[in-house]
Design a protein around this ligand. Structure first.
Ligand SMILES: [Ca+2]
Ligand SMILES: [Ca+2]
Length: 225
């Protein structure tokens, strides 16, 4: 085998040792399992062809998963939809002036660990992509960071978090607080996927060490040549 091909192969072996494994995925297009504390689904207000988990306002929705396979970390990604008149920090855009009464908060926790605690808005200042900070109510313009903005200024955010985790189960809490009625504003979830980073088997450690040795040896040889 040519040396560079062997090198590529060995690099692939080493890189493969840290790959993530799929734990869970859900698109809410059919029935919703008991791992969710709410099985309420709806079609997205801005696009009736999309079925989502929702619609929610002042709600906490939990996702409880077993994670018995030994692992070092978890990764979660999902679509978060913000519908209708979401009000962010309550600071008017772009002129300023604040109405705290309409500020609404959205957070994600995993086993009590806060992954995000922020605000979103279709038309006022929002906190995202930062966490909510009462001293910086004009952190971001409306809809900042959205992966998709609909013609009515509804938005889709693609969120992704990786965090250390070793326990045999995990509970994610998706939560809204101080929201107005669902008719005025709402949020929804879709395409929720969770991965884990497996702890490499002892055999994998051996392969890893062997690969590194072989790579350094080949580099040494190619330098000599
Ligand atoms: Ca869906
Ligand atoms: Ca509102």
């Amino acid at each position: 085998m040519p040396r560079f091909l062997l090198l590529l192969f060995l690099f692939a072996c080493v890189a493969g040792a840290a790959e993530l494994s799929l734990l869970y995925t859900q698109d809410f297009n059919s029935s919703v399992g008991g791992e969710w504390s709410s099985a309420s689904t709806a079609t997205l207000p801005a696009d009736a062809s999309r079925r989502v988990l929702g619609l929610f306002g002042n709600n906490t929705v939990n996702l409880s998963l077993g994670t018995a396979i030994p692992h070092n970390s978890l990764k979660i990604s999902f679509d978060l939809y913000m519908n209708a008149s979401t009000d962010g920090t309550g600071a008017s855009y772009p002129t300023g002036g604040t109405d705290f009464s309409v500020a609404e908060y959205w957070s994600l926790q995993a086993g009590g660990l806060v992954l995000l605690n922020t605000t979103f808005s279709s038309h006022r200042y929002q906190s995202y992509p930062y966490n909510y900070d009462s001293n910086n109510l004009q952190a971001s313009a409306p809809r900042t960071g959205a992966a998709e903005v609909f013609s009515n200024n509804d938005t889709r955010y693609r969120l992704e978090f990786t965090f250390d985790h070793t326990a045999s189960n995990v509970q994610f809490a998706f939560s809204g607080s101080n929201w107005q009625s669902l008719a005025d504003e709402s949020w929804a979830l879709d395409n929720v996927t969770v991965w884990y980073e497996p702890i490499p088997e002892p055999g994998t450690f051996f392969l890893y060490a062997l690969s590194l040795l072989a790579i350094s040896h080949l580099f040494f040889l190619s330098k000599k040549a």
